[in-house]
Design a protein around this ligand. Structure first.
Ligand code: GAL
Length: 377
């Protein structure tokens, strides 16, 4: 016989099941976690460990885009239903800490290092109270995917090292230009020439290169790379990481000098690298860009926007953050982007869309109101 207590228990179980069960993926919609709460992991990325996917991202507060909590972690077996796993990297309450509560901590990505058995998290860090001036990378490590992560260090990239794909700087000429001789107005062809020559790379030579929007990528041979917007967001840089993935080796190149690319997301398919980026319009969406190369070191060739369908010219209202390769499904890649809500940051939404490929291999991202991982089987 069903007692009223049992009926209650069954009702609660049913309710939590129906809250937890997400039918498919609905780009742009509220995406409830196992508790029925909209997933709070923005500017994020996904890592697979064993048979579990871990989604890391920025925790966003309701009224500020500053980091009040840190980096959150969610886990899933099917990429559709996500369980909240807590705060993977917590901001600090220690005054003056690089990651003090109220700093800006964006676009965290985690990679796993087979040699050390550690999970390594890289992110964009801005020191508290300094707006976006610090332009640093941050790095943290953990023994378990979900953390807790221990903050190691933040800084600028590769001080006193010149990028290997730019001719040696004429120090006198660049220093003089930085001091206003000749006087260069932004966006004039002459200024752009100096940007391409590495005027800002040179300006930051001693202290290290700026690092803002970023991702990290592990190649098939186990080598990892940090890809970040540098030089006042004018130029992307790709820097090799050490064998333990926690530092830069000193080897780096500049990509699309003066092209103003942000939000880099990268994948490799049949030996060819593809990188999707955005332009620089802050939280407002713009038209995605795409680049391709057969070596991570370039040369990188720019291609048109890979997005098609309604609102494709504004990346469907979003900004790229990551490309997830599904290891156990042939040829399956998912484009991940954020629809920012600067007035209500925690309500920012996610765009996840499967990437399709033209006959010549060019990726295409087509809008879908709703789709399921089962569609990709
Ligand atoms: C975007 C960037 C975001 C965030 C924002 C701040 O362009 O991609 O990660 O930094 O600017 O305005």
């Amino acid at each position: 016989m069903l007692t009223s207590k049992r009926i209650m228990t069954m009702a609660v179980a049913f309710l939590s099941l129906s809250i937890g069960a997400q039918a498919g993926i609905k780009p742009g919609a509220v995406w409830p976690d196992n508790r029925g709460v909209h997933i709070n992991a923005h500017g994020g990325g996904v890592l697979k460990s064993g048979d579990t996917y871990y989604w890391f991202g920025e925790h966003k507060a309701d009224t500020t885009s500053s980091a009040m909590v840190g980096v959150t972690c969610y886990s899933s077996k099917d990429l559709e239903n996500w369980t909240y796993r807590g705060v993977a990297l917590s901001v600090s309450d220690q005054k003056g800490s690089d990651i003090e509560r109220g700093c800006i901590l964006e676009r965290p990505k985690v990679i796993y290092n087979k040699k050390t058995g550690k999970y390594v998290m890289w992110f964009h860090l801005e020191l508290k109270g300094q707006g976006y001036a610090a332009a640093r990378y941050g790095v943290a490590v953990a023994d378990k995917a979900e953390g807790p992560y221990t903050f190691l260090r933040s800084g600028r990239v590769n001080p006193k090292i010149w990028p290997e794909n730019t001719p040696k700087p004429d120090a006198e000429v660049l220093t003089s230009a930085l001091n206003g001789n000749p006087k260069l107005d932004w966006w004039t062809p002459e200024w752009m020439e100096y940007v391409k020559k590495g005027m800002y790379t040179w300006r930051d030579y001693d202290g290290g290169q700026m690092a803002r929007d970023q991702t990290v990528y592990v190649d098939d041979d186990g080598k990892a790379y940090h890809i970040y917007s540098s030089e006042e967001n004018l130029t992307l840089q790709i820097a090799e990481l050490t064998d333990d993935y926690t530092a830069h080796t000193g080897r780096y190149v500049r990509v699309a000098e003066g092209g103003q690319n942000e939000a880099p997301a990268i994948m490799k398919r049949n030996g060819v690298y593809w990188m999707i980026t955005s332009g620089c319009t802050g939280w407002a969406p713009n038209k995605a860009r795409m680049f391709t190369a057969t070596s991570i070191w370039g040369p990188w060739k720019q291609l048109p926007n890979p997005c098609v369908g309604p609102n494709a010219d504004l990346t469907f209202g979003g900004q790229s953050t990551y490309i997830l390769k599904i290891a156990d499904r042939p040829d399956t890649y998912i484009f991940m982007a954020d629809i920012w809500r600067p007035e209500h940051p925690s309500d920012a939404r996610y765009i996840w869309l499967p990437i399709e490929f033209k006959a010549d291999g060019t990726p295409v991202v087509e809008w879908k109101d709703e789709w399921s991982m089962d569609d990709l089987k």
